[in-house]
Design a protein. Structure first.
Length: 261
């Protein structure tokens, strides 16, 4: 059974697509800092910077953002939410936002909205800079994350999952998963039509000695991969040779409902 929460969007996939036995590697859930320092990545933040300075001048004119500043802040937010709310935290104060929200560089898109909240809070709280590295300032980082959550939900820009549990699940498993959904600010729904996620009993467990992945993006001699049974925050960069030279395919068509098993 796979835990469902607001930061995981897992769909049942055909194992025959990419079956690779990989060396065991540590998955930290932390962002790839080198990616956020690369010139190609910094260029992606240019539309975000332009949108912010045009639409949120009140909050950015005192300290105009640069592409590098926005890139560093994005990397920090991903790292902070993993450290404060990741799977190793026994009682996380928040559910992690999906990583895909931080990868939407379109004008007015998810990342723009996240940065807009960040600069609004920075101005209203009279912060000189975004610095939450010390333990004493960690509460301010958590406050910022809470504000981002609230603004995204209240603005109907993003919403937590609405989960329907299929009758194929036994009662004990369904109850346990329902508790997980509610603990992570999700909604359990009785109508499958309105659900964003529909959870089924797993047809068969995967072989314990194998790891399954899907290549997402080529990065030089490496490739960003998504690991089955892990949220997208655990996507990691591996050498192309380790995935047999498989090229990334186009992402699956968007769906209004995810089938989860």
């Amino acid at each position: 059974n796979i835990p469902i929460n607001a930061h995981s969007c897992l769909v049942h996939l055909d194992y025959s697509l990419y079956d690779r036995r990989m060396s065991v590697r540590k998955r930290s859930g932390l962002p790839d800092a080198k990616y956020y320092e690369a010139s190609e990545t910094l260029a992606k933040f240019e539309p975000v910077k332009q949108w912010l300075t045009k639409n949120y001048k009140k909050y950015t004119q005192a300290d105009p953002p640069s592409s590098r500043t926005l890139s560093s802040l994005t990397c920090f937010l991903l790292q902070f939410q993993e450290e404060a709310c990741g799977r190793h935290v026994s009682n996380p104060p928040l559910t992690k936002l999906p990583v895909k929200l931080f990868s939407d560089f379109s004008p007015g898109g998810y990342l723009c909205q996240i940065m807009a909240t960040a600069y609004r809070v920075k101005t209203e709280q009279s912060w000189r800079r975004f610095d939450f590295t010390s333990t004493a300032r960690a509460d301010k980082g958590l406050e910022l994350l809470m504000n981002i959550h609230k603004d995204l939900v209240n603005g109907k820009i993003w919403e937590p999952p609405r989960v329907f549990f299929d009758s194929s699940l036994n009662a004990g498993a369904a109850q346990k998963l329902m508790e997980m959904v509610r603990r992570h600010q999700g909604m359990v729904v009785d109508d499958p039509v309105v659900a964003s996620h529909r959870v089924y009993a797993s047809p068969s467990p995967p072989p314990s000695n194998d790891e399954y992945l899907r290549p997402l993006q080529v990065r030089g001699r490496n490739v960003l991969v998504h690991w089955f049974y892990y949220p997208d925050s655990y996507d990691s960069v591996v050498p192309t040779s380790e995935v047999g030279g498989v090229s990334p395919e186009a992402p699956p068509p968007s769906s209004s409902q995810w089938a989860v098993s």
